[in-house]
Write a protein that binds this ligand. Structure first.
Ligand SMILES: Nc1ncnc2c1ncn2[C@@H]1O[C@H](COP(=O)(O)OP(=O)(O)O)[C@@H](O)[C@H]1O
Ligand SMILES: [Mg+2]
Length: 230
């Protein structure tokens, strides 16, 4: 049995559900795409996605990684549910967002940022009511110690992932959006650059040198930064 979820765009894979020995599997397949997209988009993004799935293997809330079928198609476990764009306002309880936050924190703890979480279709609300993340084609891993460029991008997308939760709340549960989250969302990720770069090592160093950690905290709040740990 084959059930199509999405077909069409030349630059996006066809997505369908296959029934293999009674088990439902989602396949993202570029095989039918024009050569350019198949080769330069499909093969590359499938390889990247497979790498991330392998790193996140075993994490609750991430579909089971089944494998690359060939270089143009990847298979993962099917999550029965709906993607978040199909929900109606008010359907999600506060606990859903707490669980989603915990899931995203767990991914970040593996040194991986998702990058495409503002697209709320990449969050699935399972029939069990739990959050699931799909689509790691644009996700990437933190770079080595001296890879400043990649790590700079990592910090930007770390914030962007958290803003993805705010976006989902604004769409599906606007009454749960806090003033701090609203401010952070309006500013967007680039206006938070200063805080992003100070937040990790720089902040500790500045505090050590000048001891202004305390006066800094309320100022940061005013700028509307989401604290990555809480
Ligand atoms: N493992 C899965 N379980 C259930 N539905 C899925 C799964 N993977 C994808 N989908 C559905 O297919 C859509 C497209 O898949 P996605 O991986 O986001 O493709 P793309 O990389 O082209 O955005 C999703 O929005 C979701 O509705
Ligand atoms: Mg997607």
């Amino acid at each position: 049995m084959r059930k199509t979820i999405r077909e069409g765009y030349p630059w996006k894979p066809d997505v369908f559900i296959l029934d293999i020995d009674g088990k439902q599997v989602v396949v993202k397949d570029y095989a039918a795409k024009p050569f350019f997209f198949r080769f330069f988009v499909g093969a590359i993004s499938n390889r990247r996605e497979a790498l991330i799935y392998r790193k996140l293997r075993g994490l609750k809330g991430i579909p089971e990684y089944i494998g690359l079928i060939d270089r143009y198609a990847i298979a993962v476990g099917y999550i029965p549910g709906r993607n978040a764009a199909e929900l109606m306002s008010g359907e999600l309880p506060p606990s859903f967002f707490e669980k989603l936050r915990a899931l995203i924190d767990a991914v970040h703890e593996q040194g991986i940022v998702l990058c495409d979480l503002r697209n709320i279709k990449n969050v699935i609300v399972g029939d069990d009511g739990e959050p699931y993340l799909i689509d790691f084609a644009t996700a990437f891993q933190r770079g080595g110690r001296f890879n400043f460029l990649k790590n700079g991008l990592y910090r930007i997308f770390y914030q962007d992932d958290l803003l993805g939760i705010v976006k989902l709340k604004r769409n599906c549960a606007p009454h749960l959006v806090t003033a701090e989250e609203e401010l952070a969302f309006e500013k967007g990720v680039f206006l938070q650059k200063e805080a992003i770069f100070l937040k990790q090592k720089g902040r500790a160093l500045l505090r050590k040198l000048f001891g202004f950690g305390k006066i800094d905290a309320p100022r940061r709040k005013r700028r509307g930064i989401i604290n990555p740990k809480g």
